[in-house]
Ligand binder design. Structure first.
Ligand SMILES: [Fe+2]
Length: 184
């Protein structure tokens, strides 16, 4: 279950409908699907995609999304430090970054400018069952933690080339660079 945090305001929100309202007000799509399936480490992407086809296929059809795959980060991931660094620097993409968390957890950081609330930085802890779409062009970064990372997520694309990160070099993430998982 997702947790929303606004560190500068010391706000933490755990109520799913409040989180959804907050994100939707800012043009960020968020949903939660039932995630009853527990996968072994050896589960293949095909097995995972098939297990969620009932939610995934209508969602992809409605949004015009063409491909989906599965990303796994765990204790077996090689060069995790380098992979983490790529996600951790603030960037944008030319298409929406959509992730459905099948297992594990990760922190999406959003940096919105010039919204109705001025400049805002907040994060969303995504866990099993959470679906998040970071809109194209939105400044963001992602962290699965310095140690013991565990993420298993379905990635949904229109065109994979749209997911190439465009770095802002703002270094804003260094002001917030910490993986603090709020307690449930
Ligand atoms: Fe990204």
């Amino acid at each position: 279950m997702a947790i929303l945090s606004i560190p500068d305001q010391h706000i933490t929100e755990k109520n799913p409908s409040e989180i959804r309202r907050f994100l939707n007000d800012r043009g960020v799509f968020f949903d939660q699907w039932d995630a009853p399936v527990n996968f072994e480490d050896s589960a293949t992407p095909e097995e995972i995609l098939a297990a969620y086809a009932g939610d995934l296929n209508p969602f992809m059809e409605a949004g015009g999304y063409k491909t989906a795959d599965v990303i796994t980060i765990n204790h077996l991931t090689e060069n995790y430090e380098a992979i983490r660094a790529k996600f951790l620097a603030e960037h944008t993409h030319s298409e929406d970054e959509i992730r459905y968390f099948v297992d594990g957890q990760g922190l999406f950081w959003f940096h919105l400018e010039n919204g109705q609330n001025g400049e805002e930085v907040f994060n969303l802890l995504c866990e099993k069952g959470d679906l998040i779409s970071v809109p194209a062009g939105t400044m963001h970064w992602f962290d699965a933690g310095e140690t013991n990372p565990f993420v298993k997520a379905i990635r949904i694309f229109i065109d994979m080339s749209g997911w190439v990160p465009v770095y802002t070099d703002s270094k804003i993430e260094e002001r917030y660079n910490q993986f603090i998982v709020p307690s449930h």
